[in-house]
Write a protein that binds this ligand. Structure first.
Ligand code: SF4
Length: 688
């Protein structure tokens, strides 16, 4: 028997834990601890522990598929590539759109970004960061000049106070939750704000249960109390920030007094005062947030408000402080860094900047140029364009995304795809979206490739090949390179290894310029920015100055706005959505992992006991949840952990998909949908 351990990085959440894959006779059969990573020190959550179980599933895609007469038939790579090349060459660039993937490597994302802009020449490229943290990129960039988590995961354990709002950290990022517990054990106070008493809330010293959508009011209230009590960091606001006077005038308004915010948010005024005191007087305070902050029509405002609070208290550029935006997917930070967005090349170099445009055009050397120096459509806007202006977009190339489950208002997505003439999906399983494709291409999973991914803390870490791909499956960047070659661009995609792709990317990407596979090949890897080969990387941003050209942080005076849809007589409850510890996103991997799937077999809707009693609904009873956009049948979970008037559904489960109900109203800047607040009613299912 041949057996080996291959150290790699977990393919699930943005924490970026390291683990060993156990390989027996050439096949991945188990995971084992890898103790040298400072992020997780050998520990794993359930998803990481069972990250081997989906790898060799029998339903992995192993050969290209072409749909003929409504049915998929197996095809050769040559047939599939020729068809894709012919089709995409038959459309104008603006008729084509590309969705990249936060699940795949930096190399794969860079290759697809280059393919979109260079081979197809479309400006319409985006990925699922639009659905989770687009508000972070826009909000933190406006505040600090850089749209990423400011501090490191290790920093959290050093905090004297941890303020968590809109993040069920213990279930979404369990190994970051471990750092929160290390801080607590060292004496830190933990403050938690959420509509649900989650696993995270149960460890908090102060739990503030609030109505989804009242975040800005709560943050303004806390800032008002800090200023009234003189707890602000006067040196920081005078010397490092702009906009303090306007912020102060806004947060000191009567509307944000604790008693008034109690009425709006449901949080008792004394708890708001306690939170302000703990945050305002702590030696350091780490603010952690996730999609509870970002997935709103005021998502950018919410993010800017978290930045305001941390600047006000001097917790920017400070160990144990920071705005710690916890990114959901393993490589959502990297996919953004790689320019899989409609407005930037790598490292946020703007596509409308003539200097950046020329830099990439010259470096890539496509004989017929690259996409115009114009911003493209966000994925949410692509869906609206498809439904509202049929014929404008005609073809879509999708790598590792599953909009038929992940996007808001699934009936809207179905309608959008009906208006596409040609769809290519490259993935590892026949997902809900792949089933709607014209061509499906079999890709490799994390266990079958070398490459890099960038975790939530900007740490760039390696994936390492543990086994050969199944059947004819190929590396994602190699699939893209071969399609590009079929389109006549072999020279521009003539990479032989993942390292070749990385080196080309790094040569065009200032924040990754000092990184090489050799330098990344160590347990602690490197945090970007790492601009030179000698640079040690940057775990904490903004220590002496922010990333704006003048070095200043920018405070924004923000007023609270209600969600796009608020409860009324017909739809009297707020619905919010999220994850559970056992599953990840659309479940394409975790629901194919037998241990995880057995633990949590299907979805549910959480209902407060008082609401359930009023409706005559019993625990575990199948009920119907209905919004203005759709309805689903789903088991009720009657629990006091959810606030009265609010309901919660996890979004992993196709058979009771929460996104049939959610609202695709968008933040006007980030174009992120409001998954975290829409209005629903629930009904008992009538016997036939
Ligand atoms: Fe994987 Fe995240 Fe769990 Fe770590 S915390 S093992 S990265 S899913």
């Amino acid at each position: 028997m041949d057996m080996k351990y291959v150290q790699t990085t977990c393919p699930y959440c943005g924490t970026g834990c390291s683990l060993n894959l156990v390989v027996k006779d050439g096949k991945v059969v188990d995971t084992a601890p890898y103790h040298r990573s400072p992020v997780n020190e050998g520990k794993l959550c359930p998803k990481g522990t069972y990250a081997h179980e989906f790898v060799n599933r029998e339903d992995r895609l192993t050969t290209p598929l072409i749909k003929k007469d409504g049915k998929f038939v197996e095809a050769t790579w040559e047939e599939a590539n020729a068809l894709i090349a012919k089709k995409f060459k038959s459309y104008t660039p603006d008729e084509c759109a590309v969705l990249s993937s936060a699940r795949t490597s930096n190399e794969d994302n860079y290759a697809l970004m280059k393919f979109a802009r260079g081979a197809i020449k479309t400006r319409h490229i985006d990925h699922c960061a639009r659905l989770c943290h687009a508000s972070t990129v826009a909000g933190l960039a406006a505040s600090f000049g850089s749209g990423a988590m400011t501090n490191s995961i290790l920093d959290i354990a050093e905090s004297k106070c941890v303020f968590i709002i809109g993040s069920n950290t213990f279930e979404q990022h369990p190994l970051i939750g471990r750092k929160v517990m290390q801080a607590k054990k060292a004496g830190a106070k933990i403050i938690y704000v959420d509509p649900r008493l989650t696993a995270t809330g149960k460890q908090a010293d102060l739990f503030m249960q609030f109505k989804s959508g009242s975040d800005v009011a709560v943050l303004n209230c806390i800032m008002g109390e800090i200023i009234r009590n003189g707890w602000e960091d006067k040196d920081w606001v005078q010397n490092r920030a702009k906009g303090y006077d306007e912020l102060k005038a806004t947060v000191l308004q009567d509307a944000y007094l604790p008693e008034n915010v109690e009425t709006l948010s449901g949080i008792p005024a004394d708890k708001l005062r306690t939170a302000a005191e703990w945050i305002g007087t702590a030696e350091s305070c780490a603010l952690l947030y996730s999609m509870g902050i970002t997935q709103h029509t005021c998502g950018v405002d919410n993010v800017k408000s978290t930045a305001n609070l941390q600047m006000l208290t001097g917790n920017i550029g400070r160990r144990g402080g920071g705005v710690n935006a916890l990114r959901g997917q393993n490589n959502v930070q990297g996919a953004c860094d790689m320019g899989a967005l409609p407005v930037v090349f790598t490292a946020y170099q703007k596509v409308i900047d003539p200097v950046a445009h020329k830099k990439f055009e010259d470096a890539w050397a496509f004989p017929d140029g690259i996409a115009a120096a114009q911003n493209g459509y966000e994925v949410t806007v692509m869906m609206d364009v498809l439904t509202d202006n049929p014929g404008e977009l005609k073809a879509m190339y999708i790598m590792g995304e599953n909009p038929f489950l992940s996007d808001p208002d699934i009936h809207h997505v179905e309608h959008a795809f009906e208006n596409l003439e040609f769809v290519v999906v490259q993935d590892i399983f026949l997902t809900e979206t792949a089933q709607h494709a014209d061509v499906v291409l079999p890709a490799t999973c994390y266990a079958e490739k070398d490459g890099t991914q960038t975790s939530t803390e900007r740490r760039v870490q390696m994936w390492r090949t543990a086994q050969a791909p199944p059947g004819q499956a190929k590396l994602d960047w190699k699939i893209i390179a071969d399609v590009a070659a079929a389109m006549g661009y072999a020279d521009q995609f003539a990479w032989e290894t993942s390292e070749d792709v990385f080196n080309e990317m790094a040569s065009l990407t200032p924040s990754y310029a000092g990184m090489t596979y050799e330098r990344l090949n160590k347990p602690e890897a490197l945090h970007w920015p790492c601009p030179t080969k000698e640079h040690p990387g940057t775990p904490v941003l903004h220590i002496d100055k922010c990333s704006h050209p003048d070095g200043m942080g920018v405070m924004h005076a923000i007023e609270w706005k209600p969600p796009a849809e608020v409860p009324d007589e017909e739809y009297p409850f707020i619905l919010t959505t999220g994850r559970c510890i056992w599953h990840w996103h659309t479940g394409s991997m975790t629901r194919r992992s037998s241990t995880l799937a057995n633990e949590v077999k299907t979805g549910w809707i959480e209902i407060n006991p008082e609401d359930a009693a009023a409706l005559g609904i019993k625990d575990k009873e199948m009920i119907k949840a209905i919004s203005r956009r759709g309805e689903v049948e789903v088991p009720a979970k009657v629990t006091p952990d959810i606030m009265k008037g609010v309901m919660f559904m996890p979004f992993h489960f196709a058979e009771c998909a929460a996104n049939f109900l959610t609202n695709n109203a968008l933040d006007p800047i980030a174009k992120i949908p409001e998954y975290k607040a829409c209005s629903v009613k629930v009904e008992k299912i009538q016997e036939a």
